[in-house]
Design a protein around this ligand. Structure first.
Ligand code: NDP
Ligand code: MG
Length: 382
């Protein structure tokens, strides 16, 4: 049966690759909703090619351009962030791919879950900020959250046919990012241009910086905790520069399962969209001769303190991950705009965590207020 997909963030790295997957399987998938923030040129091109029922451009100043380009096509054009949730909750959508960046993805994802839409989740910040609330809502609405993040897709695949109670621990693999081999001195002088050169993955700017600081692995640890119902001490990170082993699960009897493949996000995207089916794919195949050695090492927590911060935040719980996420979004933006250096990002996050209000049992309003408070604090520390 045709699955009708709504894509939150169709003009980004994940969004574009998802449309490639949809284009390869026209009998299985259609793109019903496409959304962007301000990149109206790409949104228009996508709309003319995929003919969705609706498009949303959240930046109101771009509405006119989209409206006139799509006049006469029958495609509904809307603008503003507040309609995102409504548009992906319509009867014409079966599954929502959440591919926006950051906290902004939380509210539309919650709307989609409440409307009973299956979720293909790329926007990890949604689970980092409010994993307890989002997973609870998913259970209440019989919604499955299918991971798109390659490491989580790997763990999900390793867990197929297994009982969660049989899991001893998981390892999330990390490429180590562009600065894996940098000395502490060299790291202090690293610029965003250096950081944007990721060795194995081609991704949006925010996650690429998170990969350079290893904050991305911290966010992924928290994402895994909520997706797979794990305790913090069951989650570990291992650096694997070739990005071929996408993650591993150790079971109680000592057996380990891993999922492997070339680093290509179209694979986990396709698996999340087609689950529980596997569709044929003509993506490049892995070859042992191209990878004579797969290597593993421990992350260097001294050079990459953001990973330790995130692991501690995961252990302490409450709204700390929400605070950390907001501070990190501000810090990454400051780094991308030359307003702070590489280690400045860690300083901003630490200071914000120190000052922001701790809430043990947070609800949605608390998370929204915490995000707001943490952003203001973080901005004052830039
Ligand atoms: P990009 O920056 O490439 O794309 C983000 C998309 O979301 C764009 O369509 C952008 O629109 C839109 N968007 C951004 N901010 C807003 C906002 N405030 N309101 C509405 N729309 C917005 O990001 P990625 O595709 O790299 O990442 C998306 C998510 O997937 C992130 O959470 C990331 O961590 C996660 N992820 C990404 C991976 C990757 O390989 N890229 C791998 C694993 C996870 P516009 O183009 O107009 O700015
Ligand atoms: Mg990942």
């Amino acid at each position: 049966m045709m699955k009708r997909i709504g894509i939150l963030g169709s003009t980004g790295s994940i969004g574009k690759q998802a449309l490639e997957v949809i284009a390869r399987h026209p009998a299985q998938f259609s793109a019903e909703v496409l959304t962007a923030r301000s990149n109206y040129t790409v949104l228009i091109e996508q709309a003319l090619r995929f003919r969705p029922s609706s498009v949303v451009i959240t930046d109101e100043s771009c509405r006119e351009a989209v409206q006139s380009a799509l006049a006469g096509t029958g495609i509904e054009v809307r603008s503003g962030s507040s309609c995102l949730g409504e548009v992906v909750s319509g009867d014409n959508v079966d599954m929502v791919l959440t591919a926006m960046v950051g906290f902004a993805g939380l509210m539309p994802t919650i709307c989609a879950i409440k409307a009973g839409k299956q979720i293909a989740l790329a926007n990890k910040e949604t689970l980092v900020v409010a994993g307890d609330l989002v997973t609870q809502l998913a259970r209440e609405n019989s919604v499955q959250i299918l991971p798109v993040d390659s490491e989580h897709s790997a763990i999900f695949q390793c867990l197929a046919g297994e009982r969660n109670a049989d899991v001893e621990k998981i390892w999330i693999t990390a490429s180590g990012g562009p600065f894996r081999a940098f000395s502490a001195d060299k790291l202090a002088k690293a610029t965003h241009t250096d950081a944007l050169k990721h060795p194995t993955w081609n991704m949006g700017a925010k996650i690429t910086i998170d990969s350079a600081t290893l904050m991305n692995k911290g966010l992924e640890a928290i994402e895994a905790k909520w997706l797979f119902g794990l305790e913090p001490d069951q989650i570990d990170v291992v650096v694997h520069p070739q990005s071929v082993v996408h993650s591993l699960v150790l079971f109680l009897d000592g057996s380990i399962k891993a999922q492997l493949g070339l680093p290509d996000m179209r694979l986990p995207i396709q698996y999340a969209l087609s689950y529980p089916d596997r569709l044929p794919g003509s993506f490049p195949r892995f070859s042992f001769t191209e990878f004579p050695a797969l290597t593993f090492e421990s992350p260097d927590l001294l050079r990459f303190p953001n990973l330790t911060i995130a692991m501690e935040v995961m252990r302490k719980g409450g709204n700390l991950a929400c605070i950390m996420n907001a501070a990190n979004e501000v810090a990454v933006d400051a780094f991308l705009n030359d307003r702070t250096g590489f280690s400045g990002m860690t300083r901003i996050i630490e200071k914000t965590l120190e000052k922001a209000t701790f809430i043990e049992n947070a609800g949605l309003i608390d998370y929204i207020e915490s995000d707001f408070e943490a952003r203001s604090l973080a901005l004052s520390f830039v």
